[in-house]
Design a protein around this ligand. Structure first.
Ligand code: DX5
Ligand code: ZN
Length: 213
């Protein structure tokens, strides 16, 4: 595994040219592909669902990093796993009393399991689940939309998580990541970066991806 896993968020891609935009990041060295699933309940926005994930799987070899911003994630794990997700991340806030069950369910499909926390959630709340998860996703904006401003206070959660993390835990950040904020996060100990606007709205996707490493 590379030191820093770059996971471009297709939320900022052109949905009418999704295959073209996926191939572009694949060509220029993306490690994963980040897919933002929103249900209009857990977050105000509605985006991508299972059929789109299935279609994406058919056109890329990149591992699919599926970020579920939905209520009752346990209802949809099987569908997303069968659609080809390689990593499924759900929100702690949407599954507080059933974290272990959701993780076990994800792992039962041989898919990596991630837990995500929103900006107002303290890192201490998830420490007890840290040994069960493959990845912790620290949101650095309020989930729901691309193109928001990086919240630096959220990045300060990374060292707290790192302190309790097993050696191979992936710590991912998502929201407002660019070359400068990526540096802040990797210095704190993040090793996976999601970026939507910074990559897809750039005139030079290759340089944008390279500048995050
Ligand atoms: C926001 C999503 C992000 C989003 C990031 O809720 O989880 O993955 O696409 O977009 P940027 O990088 O533009 O902030
Ligand atoms: Zn995301």
């Amino acid at each position: 595994m590379k030191d820093i896993i770059i996971s471009p968020s297709i939320l900022s891609a052109d949905f009418a040219n999704l295959e073209r935009d996926i191939k572009a990041v694949e060509k220029y060295g993306a490690d994963w592909l980040h897919i933002d699933v929103m249900d209009g309940h857990f977050v105000p926005n509605i985006t991508i669902g299972v059929p789109v994930v299935k279609s994406i799987k058919a056109v890329t070899t990149l591992p699919l990093d599926v970020h579920l911003m939905i209520e009752n994630p346990e209802k949809y794990i099987e569908s997303f796993a069968n659609a080809g997700a390689d990593i499924i991340t759900f929100h702690y806030e949407a599954a507080k009393d059933k974290i272990k069950d959701v993780i076990n369910l994800i792992k039962s499909y041989k898919v990596k399991a991630g837990i995500s926390i929103k900006p107002k959630t303290l890192p201490e709340e998830i420490i007890k689940y840290i040994d069960l998860a493959d990845m912790i996703l620290v949101m650095t904006v309020e989930p729901g939309f691309g193109g928001q401003k990086f919240m630096s206070a959220c990045a300060e959660k990374i060292p707290v998580i790192k302190e309790y993390a097993p050696e191979d835990l992936i710590i991912q950040v998502d929201g407002g990541i660019n070359a400068e904020t990526a540096r802040v996060c990797t210095e704190y100990g993040a090793n996976s970066l999601v970026a939507g606007n910074y990559i897809y709205k750039s005139a030079d996707i290759k340089s944008a991806i390279e500048s995050l490493r």
